[in-house]
Design a binder for this molecule. Structure first.
Ligand code: NAD
Length: 358
């Protein structure tokens, strides 16, 4: 038997988890030795943001509500002006991956401390990775200043997340965990976190779809998302993430929903080359087959199943396949433009992946 070789690297952040934990935000800012907060929010989360603003009290010196998907640099520049005008030394972000992205973009430019209160399951809050869009082109970079110092997970902030957003965002987390299991950089620590994350998402999503206010299921899903974020931060991602970056970046498809549609198909493509990872996913899902099990999970909670329903034009599939294979991420199975176009076609139609993979 060969000995498994690996490198393991952790990204340090302070994580507070529970219900009612948003009430600790002022203490956490003070713990960092900061006193002038720029509060970042999404326009749709006014009530939650006002609550956090109340807890911060005089520490909140400014607020910026313009965070947008894929972190456009022009939005970051507007926020940067507000940050400088108020001499803020800390940002507190309340929202999903878009708001977290803005906090990270400000951290990357100024080194300000970041305290993040996630309201979705994107996992970005524990990664040192930032994707930014400039003139329609999305680029990604990684650095220690990008990693937020403190994450406050408050289950209460997620109770109002609509079921369709919860489903798509939960599958976004699942995708980080799945790809971590067949990453070339996979290691035993990340394997454990990834498997725990897969089983957590699979168990929690159906409960939340029935009762979005079920705090125990929300807590399980938030923990699964945190673990998936650690997976994303620690090991390289493969075909699935490349396809989603291509579809989001060049065809303007929505982030989490695209992950939801593509994941079973990317898994089916990779299944023949990653049998061990698939066997472990089968066990964690409690299904007979990994790609079909993920498809059935999404279908059971009424998640999106086809690129067609996300607004992708069928005639673009060939170009998408070319873009996704031009500069691929490391992947267990070799990529061919024909193979990827077949994958995308199946995803466009919303076919259930066959057991044997394709
Ligand atoms: P998002 O932050 O855009 O949120 C989706 C929608 O849900 C928004 O309209 C938002 O206002 C709304 N919303 C959020 N929380 C809510 C709540 N509690 N109640 C009601 N509505 C709520 O989407 P997302 O999927 O969380 O994040 C996507 C972004 O994050 C993308 O830009 C993606 O590239 C980035 N991301 C980055 C990383 C990374 O490590 N760098 C990882 C994952 C995602």
């Amino acid at each position: 038997m060969s000995v498994r070789q690996f490198v393991y690297k952790a990204h340090p952040s302070r994580v507070i988890f529970g219900t009612g934990t948003a009430s600790k935000v002022r203490d956490e800012v003070e713990r960092l030795g900061r006193s002038r907060v720029l509060l970042l929010a999404s326009p749709r989360l006014t009530a939650l943001t006002e609550k956090i603003e109340g807890v911060l009290g005089p520490l909140a010196v400014a607020r910026f509500d313009g965070a947008a998907m894929h972190t456009p640099v022009e939005v970051t520049e507007q926020a940067l002006e507000v940050l400088r005008a108020h001499s803020a030394d800390c940002v507190v972000a309340v929202g999903g991956g878009s708001t977290t992205g803005l906090a990270k973009a400000l951290g990357a430019r100024t080194g300000v401390d970041q305290v993040i209160l996630p309201t979705t399951y994107a996992g970005s809050e524990v990664t040192p990775v930032l994707g930014e869009t400039d003139k329609g082109v999305k680029t990604t970079r990684s650095s220690p200043e990008i990693l937020p110092e403190t994450v406050i997970y408050d289950v209460d902030l997620t109770l109002g997340l609509p079921v369709p957003v919860s489903v798509a965002s939960g599958v976004n987390a699942l995708a980080h965990a799945v790809e971590a299991l067949y990453s070339p950089e996979a290691n035993p620590v990340i394997d454990l976190l990834a498997l725990r994350s897969v089983s957590g998402v699979a168990a929690a999503l159906p409960v939340i779809a029935r009762d979005p206010a079920d705090a125990a299921a929300r807590a399980d899903l938030l923990q699964a998302a945190w673990l998936a974020g650690i997976c994303l931060s620690s090991v390289g991602m493969s075909l699935h993430h490349k396809l989603c970056h291509t579809l989001g970046g060049s065809f303007a498809l929505p982030h989490a929903e695209t992950h939801t549609v593509v994941l079973p198909h990317a898994m089916a493509y990779n299944a023949p080359a990653a049998p061990e990872a698939m066997a472990r996913i089968v066990e964690a899902l409690g299904a007979d087959d990994a790609p079909a099990g993920v498809y059935d999970l999404i279908s059971s909670v009424d998640g999106p199943l086809s690129l067609r329903e996300l607004g992708m034009a069928e005639k673009e599939l060939g170009r998408a396949a070319q873009l996704a294979t031009a500069r691929p991420y490391p992947n267990p199975r070799e990529l061919t433009t024909d193979g990827i176009e077949r994958l995308l076609r199946a995803a466009w139609h919303g076919d259930r992946p066959s057991r044997t993979g394709r």
